[in-house]
Ligand binder design. Structure first.
Ligand code: SF4
Length: 323
C-alpha cells in the first residue's frame, strides 16, 4: 500500500473511532502529516491534558513522553505505536541513582529534565524542559536557599544551565547524554557552514559545549522552530543542529527558506521505530473493539508513581507561569 493510501486509511479509522494522534517533531514526516497535534514532549502532554477530548490518545514519540502524558491524564488511555521506542538518555537516570545522590547531598534539591522515566520524576523536586531549564534552576535555588543543585540526566544540558544560571550543578548520574545531539561536532557545523556561509546556526542544548558556544542560537526543538518562524524574512538559510525530523517540518512549513542538516548522524533511531502501520494496527483493534489486543500498546503509569511524579511536573508549570 502506498504511503498516501495508508495515511488515508489511518485518518478514516482515527475519525471513525474518535482518537487523537499526537506526534513529536522528530517523527517521520508521514506520521507528522496525519497528527492532530505536533510539538515537543511537554507541549504534547499538555495538549493531551487541555485540548484532547477523546478517551484514546495515540502518542507517536518515545515511551517517557507517553508516561508524562499518562501522569497528566490518568483518566485517558495513552497508546504508543511501538513500546520499544525508548529514550536512552532517560534510561541513564534510575530512581536508585537519584536516591544514592540524595543520601550523599541531603540538602540539595533534585531537578530532572523531562527526558526521564516516571519513576525518576517521582524522586525529583522539580522537572524542567530544555527551554525553561535556566529559569527553573534559578527559581529552585531561591526556594531552597542553596547555591548548588542535583541535575540530570543530560550532562550537556547541565553544563549549559550552570553556565547561564550561575548555579553550581552536581550532574547525576554524571555520564548521561543524548546519542543523537552529543555526536554533533564543531567540524560538522563548520563543514556545513563552509558550503552555506550565509546560514544561521541553530543547535539544541543537548549538544556539546564547543557546538553550543559556536552557534547563533541555542534552544529547544520548539524554540528553534519559533526562531525560524520569527526570522524567516530576515535570514533565508539555517543549519539545524537537532534531530532530522525538525528539518522535515521546517522545510514543509517554510518553503521559501532553506535548511541544512550538518550531520547524517542526527537521527534518533528510537523515535523512528514508530511506523504508520503500527498506528493503523492500534486503530483497527479499537475499531474491532478488541480491547485485550489494545493493552499491548497502552502506557499506564501506576497511580502511586503518577501521583508522586505529578508534583515536580506541576511545580515546573507553576514556576513557568510566574516568570
Ligand atoms: S533525540 Fe535523544 S533525547 Fe530525544 S528521544 Fe532520541 S535519544 Fe532521547
Amino acid at each position: 500500500m502506498s504511503i498516501r493510501k495508508l495515511q488515508k486509511s489511518v485518518i478514516n479509522l482515527k475519525e471513525k473511532n474518535n482518537v487523537t494522534i499526537l506526534a513529536h517533531y522528530y517523527q517521520n514526516i508521514e506520521i507528522q502529516e496525519i497528527a492532530d497535534y505536533l510539538g515537543d514532549s511537554l507541549g504534547l502532554s499538555q495538549i493531551a491534558h487541555q485540548k484532547a477530548t477523546t478517551r484514546y490518545i495515540i502518542f507517536a514519540g518515545v515511551v517517557f513522553m507517553a508516561e508524562t502524558a499518562s501522569i497528566l491524564n490518568q483518566d485517558k488511555h495513552i497508546l504508543v505505536p511501538e513500546r520499544q521506542a525508548c529514550c536512552p538518555l532517560a534510561d541513564f537516570l534510575t530512581p536508585t541513582i537519584i536516591k544514592k545522590f540524595k543520601q550523599e547531598y541531603p540538602s540539595l534539591p533534585v531537578v530532572t529534565y523531562v527526558n526521564t522515566t516516571a519513576a525518576a520524576k517521582a524522586e525529583s523536586d522539580v522537572c524542567c524542559t530544555s527551554s525553561n531549564s535556566i529559569n527553573i534552576v534559578k527559581k529552585i535555588k531561591e526556594e531552597f536557599e542553596v547555591t548548588k543543585i542535583l541535575f540530570g540526566p543530560d550532562n550537556n544540558l547541565a553544563e549549559y544551565v550552570a553556565q547561564n544560571s550561575g548555579v553550581e550543578i552536581v550532574k547525576i548520574p554524571g555520564e548521561g547524554h543524548c546519542y543523537v545531539h552529543s555526536h554533533l561536532t564543531l567540524e560538522n557545523i563548520k563543514g556545513s557552514q563552509a558550503a552555506h556561509p550565509q546560514a544561521k546556526v541553530l543547535v539544541h542544548p543537548e549538544c556539546i559545549k564547543e557546538v553550543r558556544e559556536y552557534a547563533d542560537f541555542v534552544g529547544s526543538t520548539a524554540g528553534m522552530y519559533n526562531f525560524v518562524k520569527e526570522n524567516r524574512d530576515i535570514y533565508e538559510e539555517y543549519i539545524i543542529g537537532t534531530e532530522k525530523g525538525l528539518l522535515s517540518r521546517l522545510s514543509v512549513d517554510f518553503p521559501n527558506n532553506r535548511f541544512y542538516l550538518p550531520s547524517e548522524k542526527l537521527v534518533c533511531m528510537d523515535m523512528k521505530k514508530n511506523e504508520l502501520q503500527n498506528i493503523k494496527a492500534i486503530l483497527k483493534h479499537l475499531d474491532a473493539e478488541d480491547y485485550d489486543k489494545l493493552k499491548q500498546f497502552e502506557i499506564k503509569v501506576p497511580a502511586d508513581i503518577a501521583e508522586r511524579a505529578l508534583r515536580p511536573i506541576k511545580k515546573m508549570l507553576e514556576y513557568s507561569k510566574k516568570s
